[in-house]
Structures are given as structure tokens and as C-alpha cells.
Design a protein around this ligand. Structure first.
Ligand SMILES: [Zn+2]
Length: 231
């Protein structure tokens, strides 16, 4: 295999995305370092969330390269540990359904591929075939939202910069309000469910997934993520 890669390297020079060493998309030394990083665990909506990695350092680089630059060749570095956590969750809850958080519409359009789907496909266990997706619906209008022409209502500054679009400009409460009700689960009534997503940041989206499953009569027994942003 190395010989094959060496030959391919002559045709398509590759450097490690983490350290710049020639030869591999992720070099052996960086890969060993990544494999040595601790797993993460926290609670989301009262449910245990297992994350294969903390979203930092070389893991963050790999995830960004995969998700934003379409480096699907990096999936094999990340997928095995994610797949192992999903498989372990399913082993702990025999008969549980695997339900995934869908990518945002904008992300799916931009990328043209689905990172969670790819990771499940590249993991050792045949997990992808079992995964079903929550569906996304248009977010309900936040309470107290005002229509155009009502800028004077609130204490927004002269340039109206408060309330900028996107999660970063929002308070925690605004993020929750904008997310509740955006996901819907189907076919989970009376079933145990393992929820999966790629990156958990605030946990608001994962909590919404848990809410959606519960609202549809399912019981979330565990959440699994590829990476988790340390709080
Ligand atoms: Zn490297």
C-alpha cells in the first residue's frame, strides 16, 4: 500500500494538512497525535453526549478541511473513532434507531456532500444504512420579532448592527429561540434513539434534535458527535 501511495505521490504531490510534511494528506506522526487525543463527554438536554474528539488543534484543521474545502480524503482519519462511538452506543441499546441531525440547507448546497453521511460510510461498522435523518423545517418567527419598518422598536443602535444574522452575533437565549421547533422526527414513537451529528458547538442544535425525538414519542439514549467544542 505504501508503495502505491508513493507512486501516487509522484503524480499528485500531497502535504499533511496539519504540519505541511510531504507525502500524505495527514502524516503518520500527526495521525498518531490525533489518535492519542482524549474523547469528550458532556450532557445535552440531560442525555450523555460522546464526542470522538475535542474540536481544537489538528482536529479542527481536519474538520474544516473536510467540511469547507471538500477534502473527503481526510475522512478516514476521523471516521473510525466516530464510528466506534456510534457502534458502542448502539451496542448499549440494542434495537435503537440511529437518527442524524441534517446539515443546514446552506451547508449542504455549498458542499455538495454530507459530512456525517460520509463519516458513517467510512467507519468500519455498516452504520450508514441504518441512519435516518431528522427533517428541517422553516424556523418559526422568534417571539417579539418585528417586521420591516419597525426599526425604532427596540434599543438597536443607529446602524442596526445588533441582531446580526448567524449564531455568533446572537445571545444564548436568542440562539435557543431561533432553534426550537426547527427539527422534526418521524417513525421514532416508542423507540430508543441514538442521535448523531458532526460538530457540537453550543449544544443548542443537538438539544433541539433531542426535543424533536421526544416530541415524536422516542427516547434518546445517547448523542454522538465527531467533535465537541470545549466549553
Ligand atoms: Zn503532519
Amino acid at each position: 500500500m505504501d508503495a502505491v501511495l508513493a507512486v501516487l505521490g509522484l503524480v499528485l504531490p500531497v502535504t499533511c494538512v496539519c504540519c505541511g510534511a510531504p507525502d500524505r494528506a495527514c502524516c503518520a506522526s500527526c495521525r498518531a497525535g490525533i489518535d492519542a487525543r482524549p474523547r469528550r463527554r458532556r450532557l445535552v438536554a440531560g442525555v450523555r453526549l460522546d464526542a470522538a474528539f475535542a474540536y481544537e488543534g489538528p482536529v479542527r484543521v481536519l474538520v474544516l478541511e473536510l467540511k469547507l474545502r471538500g477534502r473527503v480524503d481526510l475522512a478516514p482519519v476521523l471516521a473510525p473513532r466516530f464510528g466506534a462511538l456510534v457502534a458502542a452506543a448502539l451496542a448499549d441499546a440494542p434495537g435503537a434507531l440511529l437518527v442524524r441531525v441534517p446539515p443546514s440547507r446552506a451547508g449542504a448546497r455549498r458542499r455538495g456532500f454530507d459530512p456525517v453521511d460520509l463519516l458513517l460510510r467510512r467507519s468500519r461498522a455498516p452504520l450508514r444504512a441504518r441512519a435516518r435523518s431528522l427533517t428541517r423545517r422553516r424556523p418559526p418567527r422568534p417571539r417579539g420579532a418585528v417586521g420591516p419598518g419597525a426599526e425604532t422598536a427596540g434599543t438597536v443602535g443607529a446602524h442596526g448592527t445588533v441582531g446580526a444574522h448567524g449564531q455568533k452575533g446572537r445571545s444564548a437565549l436568542e440562539r435557543v429561540e431561533a432553534t426550537v421547533g426547527t427539527l422534526r422526527a418521524h417513525g421514532v414513537a416508542g423507540r430508543d434513539v441514538v442521535v448523531v451529528d458532526d460538530v457540537v458547538t453550543t449544544g443548542v442544535t443537538m438539544a433541539e434534535a433531542v426535543r424533536a425525538v421526544r416530541a415524536a414519542g422516542g427516547r434518546v439514549v445517547r448523542c454522538v458527535a465527531l467533535a465537541e467544542v470545549p466549553e
